[in-house]
Design a protein around this ligand. Structure first.
Ligand SMILES: [Zn+2]
Length: 177
């Protein structure tokens, strides 16, 4: 299935980004959540999620789920270029604490979806990402092996397949709200 290769290509945050504090909803060791207003509907707001593992940026809008990029991420990246950089030193040090690993793009998309959605089954992930269930299952298995995703102790009943299925959650990333 060659078309799988072009999917899962999220954009990355540039090094030393200077994100204004007022844009940030929350930040922890695993992620930064950024509020991004809709340009067409002022009552609407999207959540951009930066995974610190690989600095990939994800969005919870519909367009992102199909293309792995969207105008919110593009505008955010444009906007942070405009923000004045602080004097060298402060942000350099904080960048060093971003633990980089060699997580791949597909894994990063699955992990970001779990962090945005909260715990989900493989089928829910597949629906959200627009992927085949097999592609999701492969990435979930890799993330479990890497210690980034874990299985919840309780299973849930899947009406479609009439089987009890696992619920996956991001390790340490999703704290609920
Ligand atoms: Zn978006």
């Amino acid at each position: 299935m060659p078309q799988l290769e072009v999917l899962g290509n999220p954009l990355n945050l540039p090094s030393n980004p200077n994100i204004p504090k007022r844009w940030i909803i929350s930040e922890n060791d695993a992620e930064i959540r950024i509020a991004w207003p809709s340009s067409t509907d002022s009552s609407k707001e999207y959540t951009l999620l930066v995974l610190k593992l690989d600095n990939s940026i994800h969005c919870n809008c519909k367009g992102y789920q199909h293309h792995f990029h969207c105008k919110h991420i593009r505008r955010f990246l444009e906007a942070i270029k405009e923000v004045k950089k602080p004097k060298k030193g402060v942000s350099d040090t904080s960048r060093e604490s971003y633990h980089k690993t060699d997580i791949n793009k597909g894994q990063s998309a699955v992990l970001a979806t779990l962090q945005l959605l909260g715990p989900a089954t493989g089928r829910e992930l597949a629906r959200n990402l627009g992927w085949s269930i097999n592609r999701v299952t492969g990435r979930v298995r890799e993330l479990v092996e890497a210690g980034k995703v874990e299985e919840q102790s309780e299973k849930t009943f899947d009406k479609e397949t009439k089987r009890s299925v696992s619920i996956w959650q991001a390790v340490g990333g999703y704290h609920g709200d």
